[in-house]
Ligand binder design. Sequence first.
Ligand code: MRU
Length: 378
Amino acid sequence: MSPASPPTAPHPRAAPFDEPLRPLRWIGDADGVLELLDQTRLPAEERWITCSGIDEVHAAIRRLSVRGAPAIGIAAAYGVVLGIGRGWSPESPLRPETSSWPARVEEVCDDLATSRPTAVNLFRALDRMRALARAIAHDPLAAAKARLLSEAHAIRDEDATSCHAIGEIGSSLIADGAGVLTHCNAGALATAEYGTALAPLYTAHRLGRRFRVYADETRPLLQGARLTAWELSRAGIDVTLNCDAAAAQLMRSGRIQLVIVGADRIAANGDTANKIGTYGLAVLARVHGIPFYVAAPTSTFDLTIADGSRIPIEQRHAEEVREFQGVPVAPADLPCENPAFDVTPAEYITAILTERGTIAPVNAAEIARIVQPRRPRS
Ligand code: MRU
């Protein structure tokens, strides 16, 4: 950190951080409901929305009330439970062919899989729910619902455990006095709790290190300004907000010692999809000799694709670029490019932090060694 910007004391408005920040909660038994902290309203309002059916979950994912790769996967898993929950009965199917609960689970998974295309955690969670449903297809509905709810809870709990492990593994990178740049939101709000890219920061803060986080605002939907800055300052971490365009100058002025971001999908060779703008940051970091880290659980790797060219990139509506919170900032109907994600080539990534350890150098062999499930010895 430059002498002109010493680390400050903990944020004066910091609330006591007794309760972990969790953006999703299941209320009740297998006929219960899913509650989501509506991230479209933050930071102005902490409002929870209740989902009691899959249409509500699908819409919440689509409009980014719940967002961030792991959180999308967890929401979808609970969505499968809702799909055969109290709003559904085999006697009143929407289509005759879904009058059995296993068929209904297939239909629900197919539907939720269309909510967003890039984060692989969504498809991984749905595959897991589908596989369980197929394995217990002869169970009665009540027993199946309970099993599927336990599986959704397990997906949530495994993510929380992974995030805490990433925090432990990554905290040694955060030295006293460091300036850390992050992009979008890969914090508690994007996961079951604690986050991926923000987890090392939470752990370093708990260990008493003093450092400053620079949060890219993250146009067009401002996840950095609205979410990252909110959750870090809530935790008492020193955070400064900057326009995305300021990143190069911040690096050049010596205020950034490392960059750390999350991921939505990582190909077998390490090419990494994350929020649009990440690739540019990685190139800037390389030019300025600054290490560039990706933090992601192994559930974010997609070893079925060789490289990033096969990662589907979500294109979002032009209005998100042409308007700012409903106010036009460009001529109506002007063509816009609005890819939600970009792909950072593996060669720009210093290391990937996972719950199973650090992958460095980032290449197919190292990724396979850490990520591929170990086969039991026969
Ligand atoms: O469009 P979003 O807000 O879902 O994009 C989220 C990101 O790009 C995050 O960085 C990524 O999902 C990692 S979350 C731990």
